[in-house]
Design a protein around this ligand. Structure first.
Ligand code: HEM
Length: 202
């Protein structure tokens, strides 16, 4: 029988599932505010704003849990990159996903106690969690308290620029989430990674 590894401590699971649920609320209400008409909204506008603000604050609290958790527990080690090795590792993993997996070749970076993520996962999680989520949170708070935003940056309105950053980071994270869920289905079975994120055991 394959070895069982305890990959997802309770705090990671709580953080992850609250974060994921709040993201779904943010995406639904964000799309409604951006694209649906005032007369026929997907979600009533004032309600969409309230839910979006609440979910945004919840994601921010979750984010602090994520950063502090990774700073002070062993989980942080899975997010460390060796810059010199990563390009080659990404190439190998990319080859595996595009060809190797269909030829039943062994995974180039099998998971173990010391390796929870393959290189593509690791890089995408680092970009999502340490670049785009903070950008989305900071720009979101800027829009919540527009009085703190500088009025012009190189001739462009500060609110306009903040809004642009918020929408672009939100869009990138939405695409990340779709790809993330798809890749999570490539486990031992289509559901095994999802089960792991509930039980903690891989
Ligand atoms: C409904 C939405 C989502 C589902 C079903 C989902 C599913 C999963 C699953 C099954 C795992 C475990 C497999 C793995 O370690 O790769 C995982 C891990 C992870 N997910 Fe998600 N996810 C969702 C949304 C998100 C969102 C919105 C983010 C961030 C913006 C995110 C970030 C992460 C991270 C960073 C990990 C690794 C956590 C760790 O072990 O340190 N996920 N997700």
């Amino acid at each position: 029988m394959a070895e069982k590894i305890y990959f997802y401590p309770v705090w990671v699971r709580i953080w992850h599932w609250i974060n994921a649920l709040m993201f779904l609320f943010l995406i639904g209400t964000g799309l409604s505010m951006q694209y649906s008409s005032v007369d026929y909204p997907l979600v009533r506008f004032d309600l969409a704003v309230t839910i979006h603000n609440f979910a945004g604050i919840a994601v921010t609290v979750c984010y602090f849990i994520f950063v502090i958790g990774n700073l002070f527990t062993a989980n942080g080690k899975f997010y460390r990159l060796k810059i010199g090795e990563i390009a080659d590792q990404l190439k190998k993993q990319f080859y595996y996903y595009t060809f190797g997996i269909f030829k039943h070749e062994p995974a180039p970076f099998p998971l173990s106690e010391n390796r929870k993520f393959n290189p593509l996962q690791k890089v995408s999680y680092i970009f999502a969690m340490y670049a785009f989520v903070p950008l989305m949170i900071i720009s979101g708070f800027g829009l919540l308290f527009p009085e703190v935003i500088v009025s012009k940056v190189f001739g462009i309105g500060g609110i306009h620029l903040t809004d642009l950053i918020h929408i672009i980071s939100g869009f990138i994270l939405s695409v990340f989430m779709i790809i993330h869920i798809y890749f999570c289905t490539i486990g031992k079975t289509a559901l095994s990674n999802f089960k792991s994120m509930f039980t903690g055991w891989h």
